[in-house]
Structures are given as structure tokens and as C-alpha cells.
Design a protein around this ligand. Structure first.
Ligand code: G1P
Length: 308
């Protein structure tokens, strides 16, 4: 196929994207003991779990149906996005009605479904569990441990990627530039900018966690994807990759050889909650933006830093 070819016009390319799959089944070993009975996706940023930020991004981007791929710590996720009549009754009894609306709203924003990944076989395997749910339709993937903050005034992260899908009718992945020495932590893409937009690349190759010497670029996969349903066949054809896991990036590399696929290189800030320092930065950044916590935290940080 040449770079000017158009994708095949199947239903999976023409349809609007209504569904998202959110993998949230990882062990979260870097956050033990906090993650012994709770997935890392439920870690709070001030007072809201990471996964709620991710779901709010999906909903703000026009997605109304979400499949969460959970692991053993599934119950904490399900309970969070369910109603809690006992808690509501308690809040009513102590005169905090505003909190009732807030906790009820969490479960009302989208239709949320769950599937459990029984074995930790990798991200590709987790996404494959969405096959029956999404069927022959395009769908989005949002990593449940990644918060994306677009620059002021820009659309939500996933919405920007959906715009690329709708324009090109082909799978698309968000990427961001990382320091060259970090390429071994990410999926790395190789592509060429399209004529109409220097931030959109037609992809040639994708490689998961390459050694620095082999990395085709420093453009790292940023945890947001939109796929045509042909990705499932590519996952089936993908064997174990880095870490002995079925890597989504390897399946995407196959897909890019079968049909056009694009990357959107964006300026959004990405917080990888799987990383302790990034988690701490995310917590501090968000607390500094919240009116009720900003002033006291700023004063504390200035004092703490002056003393360090
Ligand atoms: C996963 C993906 C990788 C991507 C990264 C983004 O890796 O496999 O391609 O760049 O998420 O966070 P993980 O962080 O699970 O090792």
C-alpha cells in the first residue's frame, strides 16, 4: 500500500466512535501496598480517582459507552461508578446535599460495563477482551493510569484524536516527544508528516520499548488511541513481545502495514500515574489549581523548599 491509499470503506471506518475501552487491570506493583486491594487507577488526585478523570475525558469527547477491563481489584472500581444509597442517606442526615449530587453524578455520565482479565497477558490481550463489546465498529482506548491535560483552551485529549479519525477514517494514536533516553519506557512511532498538518504523521512502524540505539524517533505513545476493528485480528496475530506480554504496540505495527494509520503529535501534558514521581507531580499540580487547596499548599511548598 502507498501513503496515498485510502483505507477500505468498511463499517468500522465510516461509523462514529461511541465506545471506549479502558484497561485498568495492571498489578500496580510500584504502588504497593496501596494497590494490594485497589487498582492504581483508583489512586486519588486530591479527591478524585485517576480513573474518574479518564472517564470524564472520554465523556467530554463524545463517548457514551465505556468498557473497563479490570483485574482482581475490580470491586473498588465498580463501587465507585455505582450509586451508594447508604452514603447518600448519611450525607442527607448531616446536611451535605451538594455532595449527594456529586457522588450520584459519577455513575450517570456514561454507560459503564466491566470485563475481567483473568491473567496478566499484556495490554494487547486486555484490549482484545473488548472485541465482543465493540463489535464491527471503531472504538477508542484510554489508558486508565494516564491523565491528559491539554493546553488552556484546547479540546479534551481524546477529542483531538477523534477529530483525526473522523478526518482520515483510519486508526490514530496520540504521541508526545520524550527525551531520547526515555524511549525504552514507551511505544515509539516512526512516520512522516502528512501535507495538510505537520502534527499528523502517517505511520510506517511502531516499536514497543526499544533500546535507545534502535528507536526510530523520540515520539512516544501517550495512552490514547482510536482503532478500526481490524486491530483485533492484528492482536490475534501478535505473539509475546517485550516482557513476554502481548503488546498492543506490536499489533498496531501489524495494522499499520495493512491499512493507513496516523499519529497525532500533541502538546498536551501527560501524567503517567504508573510512575510515583509523576503521580506526586500530578497531585501537586491539581491541588495548586483548586481554589480551596491552592493558597495553603503554595505557602507550604515555598516553606518546605526553602528548608530543603
Ligand atoms: C504502555 C504501552 C506503551 C505506551 C505507554 C504509555 O506501556 O505499552 O506503548 O507508550 O503505555 O503510558 P506501560 O506504561 O504499560 O509499560
Amino acid at each position: 500500500m502507498t501513503p496515498t491509499d485510502h483505507p477500505p470503506a468498511t463499517a468500522g471506518h465510516r461509523a462514529a466512535v461511541r465506545k471506549a475501552v479502558i484497561p485498568a487491570a495492571g498489578m500496580g506493583t510500584r504502588f504497593l501496598p496501596a494497590t494490594k486491594s485497589m487498582p492504581k487507577e483508583m489512586l486519588p488526585i486530591v479527591d478524585k480517582p485517576v480513573l474518574q478523570f479518564v472517564i470524564e475525558e472520554a465523556v467530554a469527547s463524545g463517548i457514551d459507552d465505556i468498557l473497563i477491563v479490570t483485574g482482581r481489584a475490580k470491586r473498588a472500581v465498580e463501587n465507585h461508578f455505582d450509586f451508594n444509597p447508604e452514603l447518600e442517606a448519611f450525607l442527607a442526615s448531616v446536611g451535605k446535599p451538594e455532595l449527594i449530587d456529586q457522588i450520584r453524578d459519577i455513575g450517570n455520565r456514561a454507560r459503564i460495563h466491566y470485563i475481567r482479565q483473568k491473567l496478566q497477558l499484556g495490554l494487547g490481550d486486555a484490549i482484545r477482551l473488548g472485541r465482543d463489546h465493540v463489535g464491527d465498529q471503531p472504538f477508542a482506548v484510554l489508558l486508565g493510569d494516564t491523565i491528559i491535560e491539554p493546553p488552556e483552551g484546547q479540546k479534551p485529549g481524546l477529542r483531538q484524536l477523534l477529530d483525526v479519525f473522523e478526518e482520515r477514517r483510519a486508526s490514530a494514536v496520540a504521541v508526545h516527544r520524550v527525551p531520547r533516553e526515555w524511549v525504552g519506557r514507551y511505544g515509539i512511532v516512526d512516520g512522516a508528516p502528512v501535507a495538510a498538518n505537520p502534527n499528523v504523521l502517517r505511520l510506517r512502524r511502531l516499536v514497543e520499548k526499544p533500546p535507545v540505539a534502535d528507536a526510530p524517533s523520540n515520539l512516544a505513545i501517550a495512552g490514547r488511541y482510536v482503532f478500526t476493528p481490524e486491530i483485533f485480528g492484528c492482536i490475534d496475530a501478535t505473539g509475546q513481545g517485550v516482557g513476554g506480554e502481548i503488546q498492543l504496540t506490536d499489533a498496531m505495527d501489524l495494522l499499520a502495514r495493512q491499512q493507513p494509520m496516523y499519529a497525532l503529535s500533541w502538546q498536551a501534558r501527560r501524567y503517567d500515574i504508573g510512575n510515583r514521581v509523576e503521580y506526586a507531580k500530578c497531585f501537586v499540580d491539581f491541588a495548586l489549581r483548586r481554589p480551596e487547596t491552592a493558597k495553603a499548599l503554595r505557602e507550604h511548598l515555598l516553606q518546605a523548599l526553602a528548608g530543603s
